[in-house]
Design a protein around this ligand. Sequence first.
Ligand SMILES: Nc1nc2c(ncn2[C@@H]2O[C@H](COP(=O)(O)OP(=O)(O)OP(=O)(O)O)[C@@H](O)[C@H]2O)c(=O)[nH]1
Ligand SMILES: [Mg+2]
Length: 311
Amino acid sequence: MTRSGTVALLGRPNAGKSTLVNSLLAEKVAIVSDKPQTTRHRITGVLTEERGQAVIFDLPGVHRPLHRLNVQMMHALRDTLGEVDLVLQLFDASQAPGGGEDFVVALLEEVEAPTILLPNKMDVAGAPEHLAERLEFYTSRRSYAGVISVSALRGDGLGDLKDRIFELLPEGPPLLDPSLVTTQSERFLVAELIREALLERVEQELPFTSAVHIRAFQEEETSSGPLLRIFADLIVDRESQKGIVVGRRGSMIRDIGTAARAGIETLLGARVYLDLRVKARPGWREDPGFLAELEPVEVPWEAPVADGEES
Ligand SMILES: Nc1nc2c(ncn2[C@@H]2O[C@H](COP(=O)(O)OP(=O)(O)OP(=O)(O)O)[C@@H](O)[C@H]2O)c(=O)[nH]1
Ligand SMILES: [Mg+2]
């Protein structure tokens, strides 16, 4: 009998949720950065093994929403927490306990699914008393179905974690085609990889005030294999921010383009032509129409073909 179900990743921004989903799948399905609020949408990763299938939702970090964008991020998080079979709650064990833990606890109060507590970044874990204090803070407020110390970056503890996940998921057949690793469209993945290259290179408010909008995405067969032509806008909130993203004589936007193109070519195994422009769109984080355009369109969930049904 196999097990299957849905799993949500919960934690403060920067706790390492996206790093964890990538490590669990041994594939890059979510972008990662050292800036908080990197993940803005629910990202689906599919972990299929002999013993079953876990559909893992990487989620935005828990924060106080100040813009419509962030309100939507928190909605995605709440909705998902309400529907999953299991929650993995991460915190950064290298940091002293800080503000924001209360938000996480408040969210968990509404959650009935079993929850595993994961102190993450154990490779750089801080003072042991900080870890003990954090553990005590959480375990005195909720009963956990396990506490497993991990390093999402190095992969430490992930074997134990997978064992526990498959013990806790309900019995059942796979929910999705086992050959899938993610349900994200290539177009969305590409926008995210460009945003990752941008996040790596900007500071201060720009990570929060920028976005990537794909204008056109064309696939072509050429004599030397498939070619992807991608036209994308790097969106900033103010005219005055454009110069930062363009850089001296265009050096910044060139670097972003080079890094993003390499990432896209590796991930999709196609040659890429990438045309990047910088555009100011004041107030984009409050604009429902534009936010809808940035939403990922997921490849439709398709139940796998049961044994014997294949022709
Ligand atoms: N040393 C160390 N760094 C880690 C570990 N896991 C994640 N990181 C780093 O922590 C930073 C944040 O990682 P993310 O995976 O983007 O964090 P997140 O929880 O998805 O963040 P949001 O999407 O903003 O909510 C990145 O710089 C990661 O490389 C770990 O186990 N050890
Ligand atoms: Mg993330």
